[in-house]
Design a protein around this ligand. Structure first.
Ligand SMILES: [Fe+2]
Length: 250
């Protein structure tokens, strides 16, 4: 090889080396840029998640405040809504993924009786039996509640529980006389939790029953008042769990 050719070849190799190291620099700089993007994305995602959690917390606080306002009128029930909610969430968990961990479920349970804000005190606290007319008015509280809640976007699926919490599996409930699977599952779960709490707390006209007795009474109504599958889920939870839930709320 001539000296000229060698020099030319050497020059070519040098150029290629220079081009290669330039490419390497570009690649390294691109990689750093990508890493920065990834870090920014992670940070944005984290902030979004925190914001969503904060929003969820304030929703929950608002719903609790609303639920407490409804309950404050009724001296006898005390923390009924909170206990029913906790019982209902426990039963819902036993039913598996169908209801999942949806927060709207909790909101629906907490607000089930919100329609009672429209029922006059004279009816709500009447010591004696209600007249037919008063009973008819009282029976409107699920519809009124559903109307109140309907316009609030984050409570959209809570409407089901509010509207259907007095339906019965055999179709004998109100306001729509729905039966069996026609009743939203969340409302079927609520019905069991509601009666459990009613039976296991003192009322002016009778003392509280132990959970074992309440369990027998609920099981007897499986297939009539209650969805058998929900009763089964309820019966898979032991007394101690319910007692623990109630004790934590008092
Ligand atoms: Fe109710």
């Amino acid at each position: 090889m001539s000296v000229e050719s060698q020099t030319e070849l050497h020059g070519e190799i040098e150029r290629l080396r220079a081009a290669l190291s330039e490419r390497e620099r570009e690649a390294a700089s691109k990689e750093r840029q990508l890493e920065r993007y990834a870090a920014d994305l992670r940070e944005t995602f984290k902030r979004e998640r925190e914001r969503a959690q904060e929003l969820r917390r304030s929703y929950r606080e608002t719903v609790r405040a609303l639920s407490n306002a409804v309950e404050a009128r009724d001296a006898y029930t005390g923390k009924h809504a909170e206990r029913v909610t906790a019982y209902g969430m426990e039963i819902a968990r036993r039913l598996g993924d169908e209801l999942g961990e949806m927060p709207e479920l909790e909101f629906g349970f907490l607000l089930h009786d919100i329609g009672k804000v429209a029922i006059p005190d004279s009816i709500l606290y009447k010591p004696g039996p209600l007249t037919d007319e008063e009973r008819a008015l009282m029976a409107q509280h699920p519809m009124i509640g559903a109307q109140i809640v309907r316009g609030i976007e984050f409570l959209a699926s809570a409407v089901e529980v509010v509207r259907s919490h007095h339906e019965r599996w055999d179709g004998g409930g109100y306001p729509d006389g729905l039966a069996a699977e026609q009743i939203p599952l969340a409302a079927r779960v609520f019905a069991v939790a509601d009666v459990l709490d009613a039976l296991t707390t003192d009322r002016p006209y009778r003392p509280a029953s132990p959970i074992t007795v309440a369990r027998q009474m609920i099981t007897q109504e499986s297939g009539t008042q209650f969805d058998p599958r929900v009763v089964e889920a309820f019966n898979s939870i032991d007394d101690a769990t319910f007692e623990g839930i109630a004790a934590a709320i008092e």
